[in-house]
Design a protein around this ligand. Structure first.
Ligand SMILES: [Zn+2]
Length: 262
């Protein structure tokens, strides 16, 4: 798996981003030049175009020096300031508890995937049944947040792998998706982070990830397009062959099995 980005700060606060889009679907070591893009963007434009600058979530070196409690206290105070600045009356019963609720929600829920201590522990089992075909876990609903606007990304993730001798509990596939979704995210990075983690824990490159999501920063603001969705994919190892890719995509088209009370 490779992802390369070169960026240089130029004069006037402009950044020059040169991307080599060689991973998401193509995974080529030498991408043709048509996949290289050079852009001159301001910080604001960069966010509105939803461009990812690195595969790793950009974190400060001191990201985990504060305890969760200390982070919540700080966020609560800052969020109170934001609300006051907007002109809201925090003596109102309905608003009084909001800064604390938001702080708790950020740290303990929707951004809990920033902290490696919350990463799901994965146990592998011997592939006793010698099941050597692909396993697809589809329609994993997730809620994430766009790192450029801090509004929700709502989508479905579909993941697949071919066992390399060991198998993973099905619920763990779901938990890995949820862990990386609970960060300020960019959909391309979410796709790659899930794929990278699956490759690592399963000890195989034979992994596929497809994400289809709606970005509320596109539907509820900005261009206000309520119908569009964004699809990102990663095909590793055997999934780079058309036959496996097509098989995976065929499974995603299958209708739901018998409703188990859902
Ligand atoms: Zn956004």
């Amino acid at each position: 798996m490779s992802f390369k980005k070169l960026n240089k700060k130029t004069v006037d606060g402009l950044y020059m981003y040169t991307f080599q889009l060689c991973t998401i679907t193509l995974n080529m070591s030498n991408p043709p030049s048509s996949f290289q893009q050079t852009l001159l963007l301001t910080d604001e434009e960069l966010g509105d175009e939803h461009i990812m600058t690195s595969l790793e979530t950009p974190l400060r070196h001191d990201a985990f020096e504060l305890s969760d409690e200390e982070k919540m206290a700080k966020i609560e105070a800052h969020f109170r300031e934001i609300m006051l600045t907007l002109g809201l009356d925090l003596t109102d019963d309905s608003l009084r508890g909001t800064p604390k609720r938001v702080a708790k929600m950020y740290v303990q829920e929707i951004f809990s995937g920033l902290n490696p201590k919350n990463k799901p522990k994965v146990a592998l089992f011997d592939n006793k049944y010698q099941y050597n075909e692909m396993l697809v876990e589809k329609d994993i609903t997730f809620y994430s947040n766009c790192e450029h606007h801090f509004v929700p990304i709502i989508g479905k993730a579909h993941v697949a792998y071919i066992s390399n001798g060991e198998v993973i509990g099905l619920s763990k596939l779901n938990r890995i998706v949820q862990y990386f979704a609970k960060r300020p995210q960019v959909q391309e990075r979410l796709t790659m982070q899930i794929a990278q983690e699956l490759c690592q824990v399963l000890g195989t490159d034979d992994v596929a990830v497809l994400i289809d999501a709606q970005h509320l920063c596109v539907s509820s603001r900005g261009v206000q397009d309520v119908n569009s969705s964004t699809v990102t994919v990663y095909y590793g190892g055997a999934f780079q062959k058309d036959a496996k890719k097509n098989e995976f995509l065929q499974y995603l088209k299958l209708s739901k099995p018998v409703d188990g009370g859902r």
